[in-house]
Ligand binder design. Structure first.
Ligand code: SF4
Length: 253
């Protein structure tokens, strides 16, 4: 499988989650679930998450250390679950791939698949551009950028979209259509304004025929300046909006 994602780090932390109904065990009643939460960070900003269920919070500490040691071995590797498993199995042959090693590997494997499954659907809206920005957006769809490998694809309806990619100064004729498109997009939704026109009105500004910047009409999460911005800048803007939605503070486009 081809993937443009590369592993940066895996963070593991043990938490105790209260259970609504205590679990009866041979050693008594469990009132808390001991979980090991795993966040697999990629260089490209996509994060995969998983969790492991343990007997007690303290028992999970050595597994957390093992997970992070394994992640150190995988740093900068392509995010390909089968290759990850092969590499870890080869590394742990002497110890025997069982018990806590298998447990830790399962957590990384689930987080890897989660990162690959982070789909994002985009509806592009030309709110009045000269079409220069659209040419660059077409170029982002070139196989070179491997959007589908990142789980990103363009859709025809805002009802199927997670994100609106808006170009142009918003013409008065398009203002209502843009607002209706925004309302039709299910929450939580993201908006990326592309090009100088979308960011600040560009060479057209505000006037009798133009509302100017996109944020004059709908809320905008990330702006991508440039006239027109190149494909990589547009891709960076899309990923920055994604990171912001996932709580990563590094959200510059
Ligand atoms: S930013 Fe430049 S290329 Fe994009 S719509 Fe405006 S004038 Fe055209």
């Amino acid at each position: 499988m081809k993937t443009p994602l590369h592993i940066r780090a895996v963070q593991a932390r043990a938490v105790a989650a209260p259970m609504k109904r205590p679990l009866a065990t041979s050693t008594g009643k469990l009132t808390e679930a001991a979980l090991l939460l795993l966040d697999l960070h990629t260089e490209e900003g996509v994060v995969g998450r998983s969790y492991l269920f343990g007997i007690g919070k303290h028992n999970l500490a050595p597994i957390a250390k093992l997970v992070e040691a394994m992640a150190g071995m995988l740093k900068d590797d392509a995010l390909v679950p089968f290759e990850i498993e092969k590499k870890l199995r080869a590394r742990y042959t002497l110890l025997g791939v069982h018990n806590i090693v298998l447990f830790a590997m399962a957590g990384i494997d689930m987080a890897a698949w989660d990162a690959l499954g982070q789909a994002l659907t985009i509806r592009e809206v030309d709110a009045g551009s000269c079409n220069g920005c659209e040419l660059e957006i077409h170029a982002v769809n070139n196989p070179y950028y491997n959007l589908e490998g990142l789980g990103i694809r363009f859709v025809a309806s805002p009802r199927h979209a997670d994100m609106l990619l808006v170009t142009g100064p918003v013409t008065r004729n398009m203002a209502l259509a843009l607002r209706r498109t925004y309302d039709a997009t299910p929450a939580p939704k993201l908006v990326v304004a592309v090009g100088d026109c979308g960011c600040n009105g560009g060479i057209f500004g505000e006037g009798y025929a133009s509302c100017g910047r996109v944020s004059n009409v709908i809320p905008v999460d990330v702006t991508v300046p440039g006239c027109p911005p190149p494909p990589l800048a547009i891709l960076r803007g899309i990923l920055a909006a994604l990171r912001r939605s996932r709580g990563d503070p590094a959200t510059d486009a």
